[in-house]
Design a protein around this ligand. Structure first.
Ligand code: AVI
Length: 326
């Protein structure tokens, strides 16, 4: 979720330049989340086809006690750190239970977007008046690094919603290695992974009947028009979703429906599109259970416990830093 400061806008322009100059063309899905994009994502999460949110919600609501036990929440004070604030629906299930058990903890949502943090903090302050909240705005790693000097308590870090799926394999490994570097032995990491399943179920989740996911993708063109003065005509592009069962990746594209030229004022540059040329927009990686173990190992973690929904569609995996072998 991006705010629109001058610095971030430069990065946005640079990334658009890089993506539209590449072959094949691409745009980064991290730019999906302007106000309209965030609203559309909220709608996606309510769609009947988008099973991910429901599966993770089921895990959090039906296995709260087991998650609490696995977090060893009764062994002393801790910080419950959430990367990417979201709307807090799933986290509130844990918080409610933790407060009931009188666990001693501070909830620390970290997000790049000040608005997202404000929304969540106000919501939780109303919902849980007794909750200690310390919102931190900024980039995950830098914020975690500086947060170290503010609190010496044990950290339980949440990275939910299958957000890791939007990273490629190497990027996911680097991300976890970066987290490992700011974690101590007793700390824990709790991650949401979407599992490989019937390819048709996965494909439907990214190609919903009402076309909300198509709007979500096309909205990035509208954002480029608005923020960078581009001349994209949304009707000249169509959303195409795919799922590849061998590499377990759902990928979405915007396809140019005709040969066309798009001018981007902020870059003072025109980009040529051939008829039916794709722009790669997003990867949503789906995992096999052994891929989760491999990823943990490759980034210096051990899997402590996995929590799955009834249909085995989704896993919340609890990791701890691996013991050092001399
Ligand atoms: C945020 N992220 C985990 C979503 C996903 O499933 O990859 C974004 C999304 N893209 C299309 N629908 C939802």
């Amino acid at each position: 979720m991006q705010s629109s400061t001058a610095i971030q806008q430069n990065t946005f322009a640079d990334d658009v330049h890089r993506g539209l100059s590449a072959a094949p063309k691409f745009l980064s899905s991290k730019y999906f989340y302007d106000d309209e994009g965030s609203r559309l994502f909220q709608e996606i999460m309510k769609l009947p086809e988008y099973y991910l949110t429901k599966a993770e919600f089921e895990i959090f609501s039906e296995q709260t006690k087991e998650i609490y036990a696995a977090f060893e929440a009764e062994t002393g004070a801790f910080d419950l750190i959430e990367l990417g604030a979201g709307d807090g629906t799933k986290t509130s299930l844990l918080i409610d239970f933790f407060l009931e058990r009188q666990a001693e903890f501070t909830y620390v949502p970290i997000d790049i977007s000040a608005e997202a943090l404000k929304f969540l903090t106000e919501k939780f302050a109303k919902q849980f008046p007794e909750l200690s909240i310390q919102a931190e705005q900024g980039d995950y790693f830098r914020t975690l690094e500086t947060f170290k000097s503010k609190s010496a308590r044990r950290k339980i870090i949440l990275f939910l919603g299958s957000n890791i799926g939007n990273f490629g394999k190497a990027q996911a490994q680097d991300f976890f290695k970066g987290l490992r570097a700011v974690m101590n032995t007793g700390d824990r990491l709790f991650i949401g992974f979407d599992l490989q399943k019937d390819p048709r179920t996965i494909l439907r989740a990214y190609d919903d009947a009402r076309g909300v996911t198509a709007e979500f993708n096309l909205n990035l063109l509208a954002r480029i028009n608005r923020e960078l003065g581009a001349t994209f005509n949304r009707a000249d592009f169509s959303h195409y979703a795919s799922y590849h069962p061998i590499d377990g990746a759902a990928r979405s594209f915007l396809i140019s429906r005709k040969a066309q030229t798009v001018f981007v004022k902020a870059l003072n540059e025109s980009f040529e599109f051939a008829a039916w040329e794709p722009i790669f927009m997003e990867i949503s990686q789906k995992y096999m259970p052994e891929m989760i173990n491999e990823l943990a190992q490759a980034s210096d973690f051990e899997v402590v416990e996995n929590f799955s929904d009834d249909k085995q569609f989704y896993v919340n995996s609890l990791w701890q830093p691996a013991e050092k072998t001399e």
